[in-house]
Design a protein around this ligand. Structure first.
Ligand code: QAP
Ligand code: CO
Length: 180
């Protein structure tokens, strides 16, 4: 089932998500719904809080070298913890909860994480490149942090201005649809 995406400035995005303790069908249904929602909205990553579920679960599905987004490449990450990190890299990030805005953000270049899969099995993973960036972006959501929080004061200002314009135009479009 495709769920509704919570969008900035909704306060729910600021919640600290709770650790997952039961790896049951409810969790599996949530993960499946998150996947459907992410694909429907043309995303590559999603945290549970973005569909209003404050639990420490996230999914990532990066396109492969042929630019195809295959479900076999889906990664489900529960209760992640960064255990090693190194380097610095900038990448132009976006977020399904902050539609239409993209800006450069600094992240660790390489990370190692501990996490659990949907069955509660403990796993370890090393990541670099886009995967490392995506994991850090989604892990921030678990603590109520958005990529726009990492911008300089000037760029944050630019964001607030552009985002208000986007919200205004979308609202106008919607009321026009009602008339037509
Ligand atoms: C997080 O982001 C991420 O503004 C996932 O209008 C960010 O899926 C991972 C999206 C950077 C790696 C690098 C954004 C879709 C999707 C938009 C997304 C939009 C429609 C963002
Ligand atoms: Co995001």
């Amino acid at each position: 089932m495709v769920l509704n995406i919570v969008e900035y400035p909704d306060k729910r995005l600021r919640e600290k998500s709770k650790e997952v303790t039961t790896f049951d069908e409810t969790l599996h249904t949530l993960l499946d719904d998150m996947y459907e929602t992410m694909i429907d909205q043309k995303g590559i990553g999603l945290a549970a809080i973005q569909v209003a579920k404050p639990v420490r679960a996230l999914i990532i599905n990066l396109p492969n070298e042929n630019d195809e987004q295959n479900k076999e490449d889906l990664i489900e990450i529960i209760n992640p913890v960064i255990i090693e990190k190194e380097g610095e890299v900038y990448y132009q990030e976006g977020c399904l909860s902050v539609p239409t805005f993209y800006e450069d953000v600094k992240r660790f270049e390489k990370i190692k994480i501990n996490y659990q899969d949907r069955h509660g099995n403990t796993k370890e993973m090393e990541a670099d490149g886009l995967l490392a960036i995506a994991i850090q972006h989604e892990m921030d959501h678990l603590d109520g942090i958005l990529f726009i929080d990492k911008l300089s004061y000037a760029r944050r200002k630019k964001f607030e201005k552009e985002y208000k314009k986007f919200q205004r135009e979308r609202k106008q479009k919607k009321s026009q649809q009602k008339v037509a």
